[in-house]
Design a protein around this ligand. Structure first.
Ligand SMILES: *Cc1c(COP(=O)(O)O)cnc(C)c1O
Length: 373
């Protein structure tokens, strides 16, 4: 969804070339093993259809979404040769929808596995299937005893063509964490009890844990979108997102003026203010006291972030913004990860919340466009 440029309070620019470059960088790091793309939650809010087709053009053939509906939508934009895995499994009674859409479910429970196997039998089909095993995160996937059950009763896989056995790391962003090694050992122990099929363990940060974590397929999401997969190191990924908001009013206030809700801001001198058309309803965190950037200078927030607007102190800006000008909020000088840190959260949350009231613009093959042709 995009709002016409002349009516929008803010402009979100998404660099599909940078996403493709990030995918190539990760592919080069794993040398050989395929690099999938996680495009759940509308590609972390950036537009799954556009992101996935740019990545498919770059050579990516494996895509992961969270929900059946996301998978159905994505299938419509990808070629038949590309695979779409659905991480959250098979909602009861939707087996036929997976088959009709050509989706590969990631089966997480024995009950799902039974229903899927029964559907294969009833329709006399061989159904492509991924299995997730829980190697120590306790979120989704078969428990060790479930894997033993399958090992003891191979008929539970009858009619199913296993394409992938996967697990997920809980602490991959902390390379020193002992859970990484123990999850990898547990993953290897458990998958040895299943038929020998391609294996996958690493998300974005997992890729940077090194070769033993790469297995046969890696599943990055965040790093593709420019989030730093190696917190506390310089970000190896290209920046993907740029956010700018429009100045909709300027004013001058005397020293001592109270500013914004609760008059929580205070002009400690005669000040010039600019109000911009972006607020917490657009996904900007209310608790992040940040700045905007205009022509290289910082314009600090003054007072509270409102639902639809933020007040900036422009008193010291050598170049004064005028009404209608755009100021930058996510850019080289203030990254997604900076905003996340200031708000006490992670880049993932900032990205997935960025709003629907923006004008969205995509950069693809060095061309800027409002919608891809
Ligand atoms: C979301 C998700 C990923 C991608 O994780 P990032 O940290 O964004 O790279 C990979 N695998 C699973 C199972 C996920 O849920």
């Amino acid at each position: 969804m995009t709002v016409p440029l002349d009516r929008a309070g803010a402009i979100l620019t998404i660099d599909l070339d940078a996403i493709a470059a990030n995918w190539r960088l990760l592919s080069a790091r794993i040398g050989g093993a395929p690099c999938a793309a996680v495009v759940k939650a509308d590609a972390y809010g950036l537009g799954a259809d556009k992101v996935a087709s740019a990545l498919e053009t770059a050579g990516c053939r494996d895509f992961f979404v969270a929900h059946l509906e996301e998978g159905i939508a994505l299938r419509g934009t990808l070629a038949d040769g590309s695979r779409v895995f659905v991480l959250n499994g098979i909602p009861r009674g939707t087996e036929s929808d997976f088959v009709a859409a050509g989706l590969i479910p990631v089966v997480n429970t024995l009950a799902e596995l039974s229903a899927w196997r029964d559907y294969a039998r009833a329709t006399q089909r061989i159904l492509p299937t991924a299995l997730q095993i829980d190697s120590g995160m306790a979120r989704l996937g078969l428990a060790p005893k479930d894997v033993s059950t399958i090992n003891a009763e191979p008929s539970r896989l009858e009619g199913l063509s296993l394409r992938l056995v996967m697990s997920h790391l809980a602490c991959a962003d902390d390379p020193a964490h002992s859970a990484n090694g123990s999850q990898r050992l547990q993953f290897n122990r458990l998958r040895a009890m299943l038929p020998p099929v391609p294996a996958s363990l690493a998300n974005s940060s997992g890729i940077f844990l090194g070769g033993p974590f790469h297995f046969d397929l890696v599943r990055p999401g965040a790093a593709l979108y420019g989030i730093n997969p190696k917190p506390s190191h310089p970000n190896p990924m290209q920046r993907v997102v740029h956010l700018a908001a429009r100045v909709i009013q300027l004013r001058e206030v005397p020293s001592g003026a109270g500013i914004g809700y609760g008059q929580a801001g205070l002009a400690n001198r005669a000040s010039r203010l600019a109000t911009i058309a972006l607020g917490y309803a657009d996904g900007w965190p209310r608790n992040a006291a940040m700045k905007a950037i205009f022509e290289g200078s910082s314009l600090p927030f003054l007072g509270r972030v409102s639902m639809d607007s933020i007040i900036l102190d422009i008193t010291d800006a050598p170049l004064q913004p005028r009404e209608g000008d755009l100021v930058d909020l996510i850019c080289a000088e203030q990254t997604l990860d900076d905003v996340a840190r200031a708000a006490g959260t992670i880049g993932y949350e900032i990205l997935t919340r960025l709003g629907s009231r923006f004008h969205r613009r995509y950069i693809y093959r060095d061309t800027e466009m409002d919608q891809r042709p």
